[in-house]
Ligand binder design. Sequence first.
Ligand SMILES: [Ca+2]
Ligand SMILES: [Ca+2]
Length: 495
Amino acid sequence: MVGTVWLVALFSLFSAAYSAKYECQGVAQYGLTFYGMWSNMTHPNAFPFTPKIGRFSPLVGASLRSDPLWMSGMPASQGVKNVAETGNSAVLEQEIMQRIMSAKTAWKQIKSGNMTISGTESVMNIEVEVTKDFPYVSLVTMLAPSPDWFTGIMKVSLCNASSGMWMDSWTIDDIQPWDAGTDDGATFDAANTATTPPGYITQITRNAPPTNFMYLAASAIPTLGKMMFVRQNKPTMNQCSGMYYYTVKFEAKWSQATHPNGFPSGAHFSPLVIATHSYKYKMWSDMTRASPGVKEVAEIGAEGTLYSEVMMMKKPGFVSNVYKTGAVSTPGGYTSTKIMVQNMYSMVSLITMIAPSPDWFVGVDSYDLCGMNGWKETVTMDLLPWDAGTENGLTYSLDNAATMPVDVIMRITPNSNSEIGAHANITFATVTFTRGEMITATTTARTTTTVRATTTVRATTTERTTTTDSSARGLSADLFAILSVSLLAIFGVLY
Ligand SMILES: [Ca+2]
Ligand SMILES: [Ca+2]
């Protein structure tokens, strides 16, 4: 019986490892270098000298959720038309700003500066920022002078979806010319003749539409440049060996005295969800959208959906264990939980709702208990408030309109005009991680059957949406711990 369970568990883990597509987590910064490779040497008969020598307009683009700035077979936006025809990016920048601020379909603008780029120039370290929700990059630059010809990147993702990791570097070395479909001219120096009605964006080949590129000696158009993205914020990885218990103690500090503005009756923290994991997993993070589970914790303090989400990621390379506690009253309440860390699973994340509130929470995002000198002894953190970006509302109240379109998770700062704002930099709770005993192979079997996953003290309030059965919860958490230890041991051998 037990053997069958093992085989099924192993099989599902293996099939997941071979078929899964992963989101990349958090925020990644890149330096983009653009190498111009457009000259009379590389493109004989397809490089202009009159009325001006060939060059690129400033490179403009954005990190995006899904829809690119321009697409083959679609009409050019006014902004892309202007860049392709004149190199002026003012309207395109307005379009990008609109997508960032109101539609929330773009994250950050990308721009190489205000200078045109000669055909063989390199522009280094153009800032690019992508996030879990906005992993794509789209770019455009005019081939100048020309009627409406441009080049760039339609859409590229900087996330490696098979590993769930941001690319360390990514080079695009075939950059082809495109026609915006807005001007009929067939030569670099043609007079302006608008295409009426406007056509669609099409790739320029040696055969069509009629352009100077027809007279190239080569049979295919050589690349006009190269774009190289290099990650700037690559995480530094510490290596700690062995398996340890840590005690996580969460202490509620939020009170009428610490945060007098609108301190609500029944103030408490919802049941905590705590996960131990590798650098490849994130429960939540600054500047990214809340998962449905995080949204539910932040809005109503219900931990079930998040717990399931973390369980889904409980697989080799991602999550090691997940724990939950009861609710914690404030001020003065606390809860204490024993967690287990090992090897690459050295990080801990947790979250709990500031309750009642619209979508405010405190938590820890991927704190690494492995330091440069091994497993850390004791760490205490002051927890400050965050807004999940999913519900409006400026007071400690539960029922507010949804934030549409949804926003990203952000720290609540003293600039906020909400009730919480004035005291947003005062600790709501503290969490202390204290290293316990090392877990050895012989103690594993004994301790995992006796250690209770959670011990909640003085939690006098419970969430309205949650019925809790602490005995069942303790048992299942213990079972998970055993499964996890054994599976990791097996995988440790296999890999
Ligand atoms: Ca054209
Ligand atoms: Ca909010």
